[in-house]
Design a protein around this ligand. Sequence first.
Ligand code: 5GP
Ligand code: MN
Length: 334
Amino acid sequence: MKRIEEIKPLLETPKRVVITMHQKPDADAMGSSLALYHYLRQKGHDVTVISPTNFPDFLIWMPGAKDVLDFESMQEKAFKALEGIDLLFCLDFNALYRTKSMEPYLTKMACTKILIDHHLEPQPTFEYGVSDTSASSTAQLVYETIYKLGDEQYINEDMAQCIYAGTMTDTGSFRFASTSARVHRMVADLFDRGLKHEIIHSAIYDNFLENRLRFLGHSLLNRMEVYYEYNTAMIAIPYTDLKRFDLQTGDTEGVVNFLLSIQGIKLAALIIDRHSEIKLSFRSKGDFDVNTFARKYFDGGGHFHASGGHSSETLDKTVEHFLEAIKENEEQLQ
Ligand code: 5GP
Ligand code: MN
């Protein structure tokens, strides 16, 4: 993969560009994509952002979010936007299957594919890119890419809002190990460019409906299991819970983090039956590597301390499989 700054000559004449991200995008996927969108538009390119699926309502405030196409519900428009493009930017994921039903089309496309991402072990599909696992977020990598291209004068208030949102959520509000002087220097620069941080915190963290809080209470009271002998806590959610609390995309985000607040817990797992498949989320503290764990047992991946995977078995079977996996990892979990 050639270095990201080598795309500079490609951006010198107007191009047709699509930016895409992982399915069910979070604030980092959406924030990084929209920051790049605003930058490339200012540079005179024709840019469309396509999300493989819908995205949570709490991201609709982001400047440009209303222009994002949902591949599942707006296929005709999305195909039109993809037809004959020059450049495809892939943000906040490292393997094309993370774009779900877009994967077969993206695989076939002959355009130049560019990666901006911070997950471990990227697919060798990309001609140009940056894959930096030490970065706090993909949003930060977009910010740094614009600097590398010598174009920092384009970073405006709208872009600052998007970049801050992605970095804030991916660092757990600036507390995870990925937080560093590099992160805080960027945030200081974003303030100089007009960042308004309070509205972002309340748009993302104080914007839930009552049913989401009741679902959280129910999950902690009735669905949580703690396995102290393995320093592990787990919540397994049947599909009937998703229906009962009328959960929307994004409503289960953050639930897994509560498990890590229990004293001594090193591994937290959230297992959700989404009917089409079982989705697993892992978080860890200390030296337990959930990227390797998700890869080995659940066909997934991610980061050292945050990863995910999936399973096509039933919820009960998946939980059984998970319990066997933690037994196998008993030593590493001590
Ligand atoms: P989450 O639990 O928030 O869905 O995901 C945690 C991290 O793991 C994110 O960085 C996400 O991109 C990654 N991740 C989640 N699910 C998968 C998966 O099925 N495959 C891979 N490779 N990464 C995943
Ligand atoms: Mn990210």
